[in-house]
Design a binder for this molecule. Sequence first.
Ligand code: PLP
Length: 261
Amino acid sequence: MTPPRVLTIAGSDSGGGAGLQADLRTFFACGVHGMTAVTAVTVQNSVGVSDYHVIPPEVVAAQIRAVATDIGVQAAKTGMLATAETIAAIADALDQVHIGPLVVDPVAASMHGDQLLRDEALDALKSLLFPRAEIVTPNLDEVRLLTGIDVTDRVRQYAAAEALHAMGPKWVLVKGGHLWTDPSCVDLLFDGAEFTELDGPRFDVKDTHGSGDTLASVITSALAKGRTVPEAARLGKAFIVESVRAAYPLGAGVGPVSPLW
Ligand code: PLP
């Protein structure tokens, strides 16, 4: 039987740790059929991103149209989008085809600090993709870039969720992994009315490459299977905890989380 079909609009990580490689293996682990619209090819290993090549925006849009018109897309996610032109082309393509719920993971930089989204593209991300999003899933570095709020405690995490929700997505998940002072790891879910804290353990480990991509991919897969956003977020949280536990070392730098445990 044909499984639910999901699309990731994202960059390639040559090291296989994050990006569309992480998305595809997570989709497989979740039992959905994964498809890709490649936005950029990074030159990357466990130590960092040394360069990237941006795929022409019209080629990104064509990939989206090709799979949506033939295979169908029950849910989609965005990862590394690189430029404002690419974001505009994606928004245009999404106007032309039917896709299910859109998960926007506002990838701005790698965990090593390598920039994956040009500064001028932040506005395009907010104005063109946030209003189309079922859910946006920023980490605290991305929250600072998007809202100017430096989340140093739970109160500011709530304020950031409100500020992000005002930008148009139906749901916001403000991930608390980078709130290093917090002994646990609380991701805050908000739909404009109700806050839900998703609590999980904090691991003192180095190998967490691709964790954001993996979480957003689980949420996308669950939405494609007809789960509600709170159900999908809870599944994602449970899944990422086990994926971090199953992470493995790779190369001289940071290893990836693993969806197989
Ligand atoms: N490289 C690509 C292509 C990505 O899409 C991402 C994140 O989405 C990263 C690198 C960064 O992953 P991490 O933050 O785990 O280093």
